[in-house]
Design a protein around this ligand. Structure first.
Ligand code: ADP
Length: 340
């Protein structure tokens, strides 16, 4: 039986020490589809009761990694373990430890919330009064106990996603894996979902791994692995990652050639610049003074400018040299939509 997580443990967030034994261990994971490398030697750990985010643009390898962790695929090389069990060697043991919420809907719309959970419980060997009790317990947890006997097709998108969550949690898993869980949800339902995930971490000490391509979701995670083209490009708390950027971020929209403008700024101000399409990007302390000097130095060369505090997108740009949403991964996403 899965390791039991107390359903109503003492409330209140706990900081998990970095030294605590990891719940998920990803070691040098490689995956190739024919001649395309989707994962190129990725390693990281997820700690107990941590809300861990896998952030990356389309095509970065998140789904591939997710499928390996959820035992649906065997990696080409490397190893992934969950609560000490190898995902490739001991899939049945891993499945008992994890709850999985896929991007695609798995609830049966023609059944009630209760019936959906009843069938799910049977798949995990739960029966009778204990299952009934657990169904009402978990439905209360996701705020839908009073809708138990209603057809899921009458629920809003956010409520249906909460039933998905309840299905994933029914057998008391210690680890919950969610693939892009807020796809298709409106902002209110998205906020609710993240509150549930935080509650699971704080009150039931479940470790949660979420894939996302949304920066605002990544900001809510305790720690993040940022992926790009199959590589892990950054790992840490959102604050740690952002603090590696010294000062503010200045973006200058070039009136003409951004490459030429960047070169002239480098020469004149000894500033490190990155060219992003028609923009020049500079990390700088005292940015307000700096932009005044740049605008005065290059009249007519700058169409617009912005100064902002570092964001996760800046971490991505610093580590990869390009924007999170580049033309390349947009094109990849479109061709993938065709394939699916
Ligand atoms: P993400 O979830 O971050 O969008 P994926 O894991 O789906 O990334 O994809 C990573 C890379 O692997 C991409 O280049 C994608 O085109 C490729 N890929 C994914 N699934 C397949 C497949 N079944 N066959 C061939 N290539 C694939």
């Amino acid at each position: 039986m899965a390791s039991k997580v107390s359903a109503f443990a003492d409330a209140g967030p706990e900081v998990t020490p970095a030294s605590a034994a990891p719940v998920i261990c990803v070691q040098n994971l490689v995956h190739r589809y024919e001649n395309r490398t989707a994962l190129n030697g990725v390693s990281f750990d997820v700690r107990p009761a941590e809300l861990f985010g896998l952030l990356g643009p389309n095509g970065s390898g998140k789904t591939t990694l997710f499928r390996i962790l959820s035992t649906l695929m065997i990696p080409s090389a490397g190893r992934a373990t969950i609560m000490g069990c190898d995902a490739a060697q001991e899939p049945a043991r891993v499945r008992r430890q994890i709850g999985v919420v896929f991007q695609a809907q798995s609830v049966d719309l023609k059944l009630t919330a209760y019936e959906n959970l009843w069938h799910q419980g049977h798949l995990y060997g739960l029966r009778g009064a204990a299952l009934k009790r657990r169904i009402f317990e978990i439905l209360s947890r996701v705020g839908l106990a009073d809708r138990a006997k209603e057809l899921v097709e009458t629920f809003s998108g956010g409520m249906q996603r909460r039933i998905e969550l309840a299905k994933g949690l029914l057998h008391h898993p210690g680890v919950l894996l969610l693939d892009e869980p807020s796809t298709g949800l409106d902002p209110g339902a998205r906020r609710d979902l993240w509150q549930y995930l935080q509650m699971l971490r704080d009150e039931e000490h479940v470790s949660v791994l979420v894939t996302t391509h949304l920066m605002e979701e990544a900001e809510r995670c305790d720690r993040l692995a940022i992926m790009n083209e199959g590589n892990l490009v950054a790992l840490g708390t959102p604050e740690e990652l952002k603090s590696e950027i010294g000062g503010d971020v200045v973006l200058l929209h070039a009136a003409h050639d951004a490459g030429v403008l960047a070169e002239r700024i480098r020469a004149r101000f000894h500033a490190e610049t990155t060219v992003l399409e028609n923009q020049v990007r500079i990390e700088r302390e005292g940015a307000h003074r700096f932009v005044t000097e740049v605008v005065e130095a290059f009249p007519g060369e700058i169409e617009a400018l912005s100064v902002s505090k570092p964001a996760l997108e800046d971490v991505f740009i610093r580590r990869t040299g390009h924007k999170f949403w580049s033309e390349k991964n947009e094109a990849e996403s479109n061709s993938e939509d065709h394939r699916r």
